[in-house]
Design a binder for this molecule. Structure first.
Ligand SMILES: [Zn+2]
Ligand SMILES: [Zn+2]
Length: 275
């Protein structure tokens, strides 16, 4: 089950982005930081894969590491300052890079993790959910070498990963074209494999608005709220959701306070949507 690169869907990325910035602000920011789409390649570059091009592009950046993560006053530099022990434990490098240097296969991909090397790559406009999502990939990859976490998770999930959603260049949606929380997953993207399932749960820990704040912020627009904060709309009668939170706590993705908050927020707004 090892994968070199694991991607995050735009569904989550945009949804998460909107928690701290308006979509317009994000788009403006992308425009400001993006360079022209046209990439002039040397002839031999045509033989390089997207992953190879990405690795070459990384060479011009200096990553943040556990060794250089401190400011002069001893505080941690961003984004290390946002990570608690469990999610930070195995990260070796964090790259903050321009969108054009990702060479992602899909339009909706916003960031990724190199799980084997314990590296995460984030766009300059990253937010907490995106960071936590990618940090979860690194932790799961590291735990795979020493624990049965993924096997336990797959046992709880009880779905055929990859068979429930359609992945296109535009989006990742359930077969009926929706993206609501279902099947013990927070989003359709979570049903594509166990890594995205785990990461979409952990990404929800990065929500920057409480359920009440989310509702007020979105003028009680339930559809938008589901899109941006799907954890708040999960069906608690489906025992898989709580069992997955329990596993994440047991394996150190959350501290106790975070676990309590996730448990309290799980499905707390569903009554507004489905009774
Ligand atoms: Zn991912
Ligand atoms: Zn990368």
């Amino acid at each position: 089950m090892k994968r070199g690169l694991i991607f995050l869907s735009t569904v989550l990325a945009l949804a998460s982005c909107k928690t701290s910035n308006s979509l317009i602000e994000i788009e403006q920011e992308i425009k400001q930081t993006s360079e022209p789409e046209v990439v002039i390649l040397e002839e031999e570059d045509d033989f390089l894969t997207k992953e190879q091009k990405h690795k070459i592009a990384l060479q011009k950046y200096i990553p943040l590491t556990p060794e250089n993560k401190f400011n002069a006053d001893g505080s941690e530099k961003a984004p290390f300052n946002l990570l608690e022990g469990g999610l930070e434990e195995y990260i070796k490098k964090i790259y903050i890079i321009k969108d054009k240097d990702f060479y992602h296969e899909y339009k909706w991909a916003a960031a990724h993790a190199h799980t084997d090397e314990r590296i995460i790559c984030l766009p300059k406009w990253y937010n907490k959910s995106l960071l936590f999502h990618e940090a979860a990939h690194v932790r799961q990859g590291a735990l795979d070498e020493i624990t049965l976490f993924t096997e336990n998770w797959i046992g709880v999930a009880n779905i055929r990963y990859g068979s429930l959603a359609d992945v296109t260049n535009e989006d990742v949606l359930w077969k009926d074209g929706t993206d609501e929380p279902r099947e013990g997953c927070v989003t359709a993207y979570g049903s594509t494999n166990s890594y995205e399932d785990v990461a979409t749960f952990v990404g929800a820990l990065g929500y920057e608005k409480s359920p009440l704040e989310a509702l007020i912020d979105l003028d009680n627009n339930i559809d938008e709220c589901i899109e941006m904060y799907p954890l708040y709309f999960c069906d608690k009668n489906d025992a898989r959701y709580q069992k997955k939170l329990d596993l994440l706590y047991e394996y150190g993705f959350f501290n106790y306070q975070e676990y309590c908050s996730m448990t309290e927020n799980l499905g707390c707004l569903r009554y507004l949507w489905k009774n």
